[in-house]
Design a protein around this ligand. Structure first.
Ligand SMILES: Nc1ncnc2c1ncn2[C@@H]1O[C@H](COP(=O)(O)OP(=O)(O)OP(=O)(O)O)[C@@H](O)[C@H]1O
Length: 237
């Protein structure tokens, strides 16, 4: 693992909104093939951190590099490298599921984009809904399609903000499999969750954020669920 290329390099990252500091100096390195779970109380700054990595918000200070590209400067290059599942779906409600995926395939110059769009609709169990407008989709269907959108161009880094929201049991099994496959391809992932069980089971490392700082880092394999619960309680209070 240690010899794998550095996927994410965050150095002394700070972010403020007006006079309100949100991130107060984050240092984090993630290597290719690594899965990092981000935990923390509501308002700790988890989404803000992920949005900066996804080039959706700019740092106030410090630096963020993805596979050597600077997130603040090399936005086009960075966007190709990432797949993002966030609170918003970033899908077009007036287009059908298939049209949405075909649009994103064109945007990322995915070879044989139409076929790839269909393959991904199948993968996420939405083939029956290919011709339905996304505006009519349920929360779980939207989440499944967001996963397809995020993976369509085979990104190197997955950024996942509560990616299991709205999913049924089969949906959960599906996304765990998609994450496994991504990691097997030497992709890396940072995911936010409020479920300690899933954080521990699905990650290599767990990072706990509190009031805009990294309060604790744990190796998942060496940390029992019970220990994680205690650490979480200490940090979040
Ligand atoms: N665009 C913005 N303008 C002003 N304040 C913001 C903005 N975005 C986020 N914040 C503030 O930053 C803080 C951290 O928000 P963030 O969404 O990063 O927290 P979080 O850890 O993801 O929380 P949650 O677990 O509730 O999703 C909050 O106090 C929030 O109000």
């Amino acid at each position: 693992m240690t010899s794998a290329p550095v996927a994410v390099e965050i150095q002394d990252l700070k972010k403020s909104y007006g006079f309100k500091p949100i991130l107060r100096g984050i240092d984090l390195q993630v290597r290719a093939g690594e899965r990092v779970a981000l935990l923390g109380a509501n308002g700790a700054g988890k989404t803000t951190l992920l949005r900066i990595l996804a080039c959706l918000a700019k740092p106030s200070a410090g630096s963020v590099h993805l596979y050597g590209w600077n997130c603040a400067r090399d936005v086009q290059e960075v966007r190709r490298l990432i797949g993002f599942v966030g609170h918003q779906s970033y899908l077009y409600e007036e287009l059908t599921a298939r049209e949405n995926l075909e649009f994103f395939a064109r945007m990322y110059s995915v070879p044989e984009g139409r076929e790839r769009a269909l393959t991904w609709l199948n993968r996420v169990g939405l083939e029956k809904y290919a011709r339905e407008r996304v505006g009519t989709f349920s929360r779980g269907q939207l989440q499944r399609l967001s996963w397809a959108r995020a993976l369509l161009h085979q990104p190197d880094l997955l950024l996942l903000d509560e990616p299991d929201t709205g999913l049924d049991q089969q949906g959960l099994v599906l996304i765990d499999k998609l994450l496994d496959e991504h990691i097997e391809r030497s992709g890396s992932a940072i995911f936010i969750t409020h479920q300690l069980e899933r954080a521990q089971a699905l990650s290599d490392r767990i990072v706990l954020l509190a009031r805009g700082r990294i309060a604790r880092r744990c190796e998942s394999e060496e940390t029992s669920l019970e220990t994680l619960r205690q650490v979480y309680q200490e940090v979040v209070g």
